[in-house]
Design a protein around this ligand. Structure first.
Ligand code: CAA
Length: 288
């Protein structure tokens, strides 16, 4: 199926950058959010990102202007949904919210439109029934920061059609990404399972007093060549997101070993979400 129009649901860190990736790849792209304040914030952040791309010679002024022309921001789902060929949902990691969104999308988009979720913890099978066309539904999971990270996990569930998978893989390639096909839904898919194993070990090492979180980050970078340590990465991804991913994995498996680590839960309850709130493991206001 030919994809020309993208609709991204959610204008947070992931949704906004996915939208810009789409516009830069030549797709007419709309970013939709219920909050106009969030849309304004996304518009400002993306405009800055584009300027930086031009300064760093990653994009020409002409290409950036053309991408900006292709990008729209809207709070009106009913108006924008009927145009979409591919929807990428990047709203909060909450199953009830996503089910409501996918029910709306099933009703408001054309029957041939593909409906993908960027979720890393909620498999598309959990929202597919709400759309009335499960064969058109899959996960298309980007990584933070989506403008930079090349991986996109494309995940089929039992009812996803091959045509849907082929189309989504192709869109990811057109976006300049390296798609990875995941053949079966499993909590965390592949990359987050790898990341989660390292994060859990890091949290344990710190809680047991073996090393400070700063030193654990240093070891991950200087011994293993990781671009960021596990604590820096939690701050980048958001401790709220890390917490919600674990919580929804636990809800799926019922295995207490999948519960969020108590230190992660405590920070989540305090509202220390990382870079987005100015404080996580590191303090982004004082730079400590
Ligand atoms: N948004 C957009 N672009 C960004 C960015 C951001 N938040 N952060 C960095 N960049 C870009 C910038 O273009 C930057 O170039 P300039 O600022 O010079 O123009 C370029 O990346 C390099 O950045 P830096 O020099 O500041 O730092 P760096 O070389 O360490 O790179 C990084 C930053 C790309 C984030 C790198 O540290 C990295 O790869 N970190 C690991 C990220 C990672 O593992 N992401 C996966 C998270 S898991 C996830 O997302 C899945 C999930 O479901 C939770």
């Amino acid at each position: 199926m030919d994809i020309e129009n993208l609709l991204v649901i959610g204008s947070g860190a992931m949704g906004s950058q996915i939208g810009l990736v789409g516009a830069l790849a030549g797709y007419d792209t709309t970013i939709r959010d219920v909050s106009t304040t969030a849309l304004d914030k996304a518009r400002d952040a993306l405009s800055e990102q584009l300027e930086r791309n031009i300064e760093k010679n990653r994009t020409t002024r002409e290409d950036a202007d053309a991408a900006w022309q292709r990008l729209r921001f809207s709070a009106d789902l009913e108006a924008v949904a009927p145009e979409a060929d591919l929807v990428i949902e990047a709203a909060t990691e909450n199953l009830d919210t996503k089910r409501m969104i996918f029910a709306d999308l099933g009703r408001l988009t054309r029957s041939e439109a593909i409906l993908a979720t960027n979720s890393s913890s909620i498999g598309a099978s959990q929202v597919a029934a709400a759309t009335g066309r499960p064969e058109k539904v899959c996960n298309m999971h980007f990584f933070n920061p989506a403008l930079v990270m090349k991986c996109v996990e494309v995940v089929r569930h039992a009812a996803t059609s091959q045509d849907t998978i082929d189309t989504v893989l192709e869109v990811a390639r057109v976006m300049g990404k390296s798609p990875v096909l995941i053949n079966r839904e499993i909590p965390g898919f592949v990359a987050n399972r790898l990341m989660g194993a390292i994060r859990d070990e890091a949290l344990r090492l710190r809680a047991d007093g073996i090393a400070s979180f700063e030193d654990i980050d240093t070891a991950a970078k200087s011994a293993l060549g990781h671009p960021m340590g596990p604590f820096e990465l939690m701050d980048l991804v958001g401790l709220d997101v890390s917490y919600q991913i674990r919580q929804s994995t636990f809800e799926e498996t019922g295995d207490p070993a999948d519960l969020p680590h108590p230190d992660l839960a405590a920070m989540y309850e305090r509202g220390d979400y990382g870079r987005k709130t100015g404080k996580g493991w590191y303090d982004y206001e004082t730079g400590a």
